[in-house]
Write a protein that binds this ligand. Structure first.
Ligand SMILES: [Fe+2]
Length: 213
């Protein structure tokens, strides 16, 4: 080792001297504190069976909501055509709203004592929403895919809301009805209206008037 390199090394160790307690302890590993699928019950006056039922349902709808959220971002980036600007903005607005739903669902799973799925690979294994291609598609195809995904979620959310009600989990029932069902229904309306074949110019009445009949 050259004298210069040794001098630099000595200077660093002198500078670090006395900082041991301020250094981060890196590369730590340990067993999980709660395995996926197990329940760490909290005192919320709800029995374990009810919690288990809601946690399982909510993890399914979480995976599907994360998938729909990400599909909105994909289409926000990849949209093309004359309606680019309005769809670019609308897709991002719906993405933000779906992201809020994701957080609400995931945090309810945790407060029920469960473990929320979180990572993309786990979401991909769990979701029932068909996988779109990596490439770009025309706007009506993008909208059709989004509408299909919304309907998957709405269908399961209605069933899950009834199940939550039956087991006495009013909080989960309220989340599914107030946030998920109503939120998705509203987004379906905004999307569906883009697939109505109404012309931008030459409405039917004008055509009739100009033809003189
Ligand atoms: Fe953006």
């Amino acid at each position: 080792m050259s004298t210069k390199k040794r001098d630099v090394g000595t200077r660093i160790s002198q500078l670090e001297d006395g900082t041991q307690r301020a250094k981060p302890i890196l590369h730590q590993h340990a067993r999980e504190i709660q395995p996926y699928g197990k329940i760490a019950k909290l005192p919320i006056a709800l029995d374990e069976t009810a919690c288990e039922s809601s946690i399982n349902n909510l993890n399914q709808i979480l995976a599907d909501t994360m998938t729909l959220r990400d599909m909105y971002k994909k289409h926000h980036w990849q949209v093309a055509g004359a309606t680019f600007y309005q769809l670019h903005l609308l897709f991002d607005k719906h993405h933000g709203e779906q992201d809020e739903m994701v957080d609400t669902i995931a945090e309810r799973i945790q407060l029920l004592g469960g473990v929320s799925i979180a990572m993309a690979a786990d979401v991909a294994e769990t979701t029932i929403i068909p996988r779109p291609p990596r490439g770009r598609e025309e706007a009506p195809v993008q909208i059709s895919r989004l509408l299909e995904a919304h309907e998957f979620i709405l269908k399961e959310a209605r069933t899950m809301a009834r199940e939550a009600s039956e087991v006495g989990d009013d909080g989960t029932n309220d989340l599914l009805v107030s946030d998920i069902i109503r939120g998705n229904e509203l987004q379906v309306w905004f999307l569906s209206e883009h697939l109505v074949a109404v012309p931008l110019t030459h409405p039917e009445q004008a055509k009739v008037a100009s033809s003189g009949s």
